[in-house]
Design a protein around this ligand. Sequence first.
Ligand code: HEC
Length: 109
Amino acid sequence: MKITATILLIFFLGGMIPTAAIAVDNAAKINPALELIQVLGCKACHTIHGDGGSLAADLTQIGSRLTAAQIEALLTAAASTREKGFMPSYSTLPKEDLQRISNYLYNLR
Ligand code: HEC
């Protein structure tokens, strides 16, 4: 009886651990845009879905005002052309990453 319980426990734990690892891995794969937003620190100034700073506009509904192309253009604009001036320019990011971020933000609405 004791052995059966131990074996069942091993099967149970053995099944749990890889499942959790796969779930984390998929989350990163499914949403590389969120990872970029995290790494680039956008939320230091902007709030998205209730999480982030209040130095600049909440970006959750940005897609109802701007297209993905307009958001992308904003990200790469020179800091000197900005209204308040303190958002960095992300013009050195690869085009692919800029599109990922812009499409993600656009589709939040
Ligand atoms: C240091 C603070 C700061 C950081 C970091 C920052 N922003 Fe901004 N962002 C601003 C400010 C301030 C504005 C308003 C325009 C201006 O005056 O520069 C703005 C404007 C915007 C707008 C236009 C908002 C609107 O309502 O028209 C978008 C979109 C945007 N930021 C996206 C991003 C993304 C994506 C990142 C990360 C890659 C980011 N921002 C990082 C401060 C920041």
